[in-house]
Design a protein. Structure first.
Length: 301
């Protein structure tokens, strides 16, 4: 299990330390102000990050061919608006107060997790990379002891800051290279939250459809279920206005199968349903389809 490391001071880390300090302060702004400022920040980021804007537009064009030009442009703009708001959602989840969100949040299906835990069975909650990920994870921790998996940060300052923030509410945090730790946690009947919807170069992957397009999909969900006997359950979450909606779905069944592609397809289908429910809140700036079976890039160079 990962733990904060209290990194020593290095001059090259000074910009990161300043950035973390700023986020720490922004986490304490009034929530309604954060929503307004976040929306403005998102509009600014849309023009400051042209490469990411083009990647997001390509993803939206690929995934929503049924929408006309105006609708896809509106979705692109909405995604950057929610990206800006998401900066404040992440900061508030790590270092701020979420009492206002607790008061209005709707949480459904927690009893499914509790029932499995009562049987001594582990639960792997799967979700996607949504801007609401961290804040809704913190809200869920009010109801079940939830551990998480994460990709290590290159900056030791950021690694320390984020771990300290997450471990205020998560029961444990496992780096994605600590598979043994995650397995032990699930075998003991723990609950682990995992987002397997990014192209993880260098990992064991298969190609499975996501919005009908081949997407390099990590095998870890299949392997963790096979090795631990845990249930695999989709975790839906989204923001509606200033309220949060959390829903625990039904366990994927049968899962795991003997076919990793079949299982990856089931996982991607569950995440696709989440995206369709809250399309602007998904992290479209990630090049989800950057690797293709034929080796041809779907993104402009």
């Amino acid at each position: 299990m990962a733990a904060p490391t209290s990194p020593r001071f290095r001059l090259k880390d000074l910009p990161t330390r300043v950035g973390v300090t700023c986020l720490y302060g922004l986490a304490r702004l009034p929530w309604q102000l954060q929503l307004r400022v976040g929306a403005g920040l998102g509009r600014l980021l849309m023009w400051l990050l042209p490469d990411r804007r083009r990647a997001a537009r390509t993803n939206i064009d690929l995934c929503f061919p049924e929408l006309d030009e105006a609708a896809r442009t509106a979705l692109l703009r909405g995604s950057f608006r929610d990206l800006g708001i998401g900066v404040f959602e992440f900061a508030r989840a790590w270092w701020g107060n979420v009492d206002a969100m607790r008061a209005t949040a709707t949480i459904e299906g927690v009893e499914k997790i509790q029932s499995l835990q009562a049987q001594g069975r582990g639960v792997l909650l799967i979700s996607g990379h949504f801007m609401t990920l961290e804040l809704c994870g913190r809200l869920m921790c009010d109801h079940v002891p939830l551990a998480g998996m994460y990709r290590r940060y290159r900056s030791p300052v950021m690694e320390d800051a984020v771990l300290r923030g997450r471990l205020r509410y998560a029961s444990a945090m496992f780096p994605n290279d600590d598979i043994r730790g995650a397995i032990r946690h699930l075998k003991k009947g723990g609950v682990l939250w995992y987002a397997p919807d990014q192209d993880m170069r260098g990992k064991d992957t298969v190609f499975a459809p996501f919005f009908g397009i081949p997407a390099s999909t990590i095998n870890a969900t299949h392997q963790l279920a096979r090795l631990t006997g845990c249930a695999v359950i989709p975790f839906f979450h989204r923001r509606e206005g200033d309220r949060y909606i959390l829903r625990v779905g039904d366990p994927l069944d049968p899962f795991p199968s003997d076919d990793t592609v079949v299982d990856a397809t089931a996982v991607n289908a569950a995440i696709e349903a989440m995206v369709r429910a809250a399309p602007t809140q998904y992290l479209w700036i990630h090049r989800r389809f950057k690797r293709q079976p034929d080796g041809i890039s779907l993104y402009a160079s």
